[in-house]
Design a protein around this ligand. Structure first.
Ligand SMILES: Cc1cc2nc3c(=O)[nH]c(=O)nc-3n(C[C@H](O)[C@H](O)[C@H](O)COP(=O)(O)O)c2cc1C
Length: 373
């Protein structure tokens, strides 16, 4: 299957199925000399792991990463880094009744139409488990970015109709984001009061055998101006592709996004001014990019996620022989995808930014001369 690779210089290729022996990623283009351990990767994987709270699927998976290549004596060697997570909690019989019928909202029907053959155990490549490889690769990208003073942090903005308060994620003061709350709350919200309300809302949905959607946001701070290319490799275009490629993401916004279309130009433009000899913007409706190139302000991206397609209430569907049936899905599924997808968004953002920075190294002759002289 083509389409499993992403990136130009920092290039990742994810592999594996949810009920195969293992899943993983090959990362090519990582510079030599980055101190890297399995623990660096594991802390990120633990944030997307199922079975960590009542609102994620009760599959108990350890998701322990093994680094197979590209690291020697604790540092990257500049050669391809291969990472693997073994599947240890597969119960294929849970998925028996979707072998011949199509789950509404999932990729079963479209896979059959495309390939004429499908690994029906847990969704195969269209399973949320595919994101393990993205998160392992993103942990490396985030560590490299951190060495250059660039921080990437995602969190949950809304679950169903429950939104975090503006004060808990002040967009003009990203340093005040409550990262401890994001990392410790089951919803990945920075706002403990909204977290509690969202948990009650999710419990009601769970009791009704239903699922819910939500919104995630990612902030990138410390990114210098000048990263990204005009036209087809615009930074915002590549971020949209990276994040839209995550299963169940249905919309991506940069900066004020859709809201910008409801304002006048005089309200939406961000005035420039000077601060300590630097060009800065007074506001950040643009979300940190202009013309596909970073403007030095906080990069702000939102992603909207649909409700989990696999529900525990009977749904009308058809079998692969055209029989209309009422399908009751078994197996273990998240009543909401958002809290586990937050770290996936963070990682896809880190990979995209790092790749854009690497591509940017040949943009200016004066800097190339400085580098090689
Ligand atoms: C982290 C993560 C976990 C997911 N868990 C489930 C799940 O338990 N059950 C399910 O039906 N879909 C789950 N999904 C969503 C499906 O992968 C996705 O809806 C499906 O591939 C169809 O793709 P589309 O929604 O992008 O069209 C998950 C997605 C992610 C990113």
């Amino acid at each position: 299957m083509a389409g499993s690779s992403f990136g130009t210089i920092f290039k990742i290729t994810t592999w594996g199925e949810s009920h195969g022996k293992a899943l993983g990623v090959v990362v090519d283009g990582c510079p030599a000399g980055l101190p890297l351990s399995e623990e660096d990767i594991q802390v990120y994987l633990d944030r997307r792991k199922p079975g960590t709270s009542a609102i994620t699927t009760q599959r108990k998976e350890d998701d322990c990463v093994e680094i197979l290549s590209g690291v020697f004596e604790g540092s990257t060697t500049g050669t391809p880094i291969s990472m693997m997570v073994r599947n240890t909690s597969q119960i294929s019989r849970d998925y028996g009744n979707i072998a011949t019928s199509y789950r509404p909202g999932h990729a079963d029907y479209t896979f059959d139409q495309k390939y004429g053959f499908r690994d029906y155990r847990g969704g195969g490549r269209s399973s949320g488990r595919e994101t393990i490889g993205r998160v392992a690769a993103g942990a490396i990208a985030a560590k490299l970015l951190a060495q250059m003073g660039i921080r990437v942090q995602a969190y949950t903005r809304a679950i169903g109709p429950i939104e975090i308060s503006e004060e808990s994620a002040p967009l003009h003061q990203p340093d005040r984001l409550n990262v401890a709350a994001i990392l410790s709350s089951p919803t990945a919200m920075p706002d403990p009061a909204a977290n509690d309300k969202a948990l009650a809302y999710l419990e009601e949905a769970r009791q009704n055998c239903d699922s819910v959607g939500g919104c995630m946001e990612c902030l990138v701070t410390g990114l210098p101006a000048g990263i990204g290319d005009p036209v087809f490799e615009k930074l915002d275009a590549n971020l949209a592709k990276a994040i839209m490629s995550i299963g169940a993401v249905k919309a991506v916004e940069i900066g004020d996004g859709m809201e910008a279309s409801r304002h006048k130009g005089s309200e939406n433009n961000d005035p420039f001014r000077m601060e300590n000899g630097q060009v800065v913007k007074t506001t950040n409706h643009a979300g940190g990019t202009l013309g596909g190139i970073s403007d030095g302000d906080t990069l702000r991206i939102r992603a909207y996620v649909k409700p989990t397609p696999s529900l525990y209430q009977p749904q009308q569907t058809v079998t692969n022989t055209g029989e209309e049936i009422a399908l009751t899905i078994k197996g273990r599924h998240d009543p909401i995808i958002v809290p586990r997808a937050v770290v996936v968004m963070e990682c896809m953002t880190a990979i995209t930014i790092l790749d854009a920075m690497m591509c940017n190294m040949s943009a200016r002759l004066d800097r190339m001369i400085d580098f090689y002289r």
